[in-house]
Design a protein around this ligand. Structure first.
Ligand SMILES: [Zn+2]
Length: 225
């Protein structure tokens, strides 16, 4: 070690605590002041182009979260398949990307970020998750973002669900396509879940709707022939 260089342990002792300026701390604790600070930091340290991107991303995250919370309203009424005629409510005024993200947030959270089929759960340090919030009734024909029209599925099982390689019966049991057992396929991991009950949300009000599952079952059967 070079003479006079502090050891790692001594350095660690020196930085074991830090003090935040009292005024700064008070500003960080206040919602309005926090926003001013945020804008100040962005304008100070980023180009105006990057700064506006950061603001957009932040705005997108906040709008998606608000939209996800607003979906709770739908849970107060019986499940309906068709939402294409919804006029003037949040459905029509929020842009599609915000809706997709908000729906996915709500569904993934309901299943604790776990695949309803294989129970896979992976969250990266950045908060990205293995599971998607999958629609049971297709969004393009029903406009249905009711959380009961969702299932949290990992990428593999989302793909299989969308391609009718598997379906979930209204008794919440899994039904697999015979195609998965064909010699050329290797779907052992999925086959072991055949006929088992899927993982359900902790909150029964968020269970997948029977009407939506029946509709998927019907399309699944048609795809098998
Ligand atoms: Zn899975």
């Amino acid at each position: 070690m070079i003479q006079g260089t502090p050891s790692v342990a001594r350095l660690r002792n020196k930085i074991s605590h830090a003090e935040i300026d009292r005024t700064l701390f008070a500003m960080m604790a206040d919602r309005h002041d926090r926003e001013i600070l945020r804008r100040l930091i962005i304008s100070e340290f980023f180009s105006s182009e990057t700064g506006s991107h950061i603001q957009e991303i932040r705005e997108f995250g906040r709008s998606s979260f608000d939209y996800a919370s607003s979906l709770d309203e739908l849970l107060k009424s019986p499940f309906e398949i068709d939402h294409t005629k919804d006029e003037g409510n949040v459905y029509q005024t929020v842009n599609q990307q915000v809706r997709d993200r908000g729906f996915s947030m709500k569904v993934r959270m309901a299943y604790d970020y776990t695949c309803a089929v294989c129970r896979g759960k992976v969250i990266t340090p950045e908060g990205r998750t293995l599971v998607d919030g999958a629609h049971i009734l297709p969004l393009n024909t029903t406009n249905n973002n009711d959380p009961r029209n969702g299932l949290a599925l990992c990428k593999t099982h989302h793909w299989m669900f969308d391609h009718y390689m598997l379906t979930v019966r209204p008794n919440y049991r899994l039904q697999l396509s015979d195609w998965l057992s064909l010699e050329d396929n290797n779907a052992e991991e999925t086959l072991r879940w055949a006929d088992s009950e899927i993982l359900l949300p902790a909150e029964s009000g968020l269970f997948p709707a029977g009407l939506a599952l029946q509709d998927h079952n019907k399309r699944f059967q048609e795809a098998q022939t």
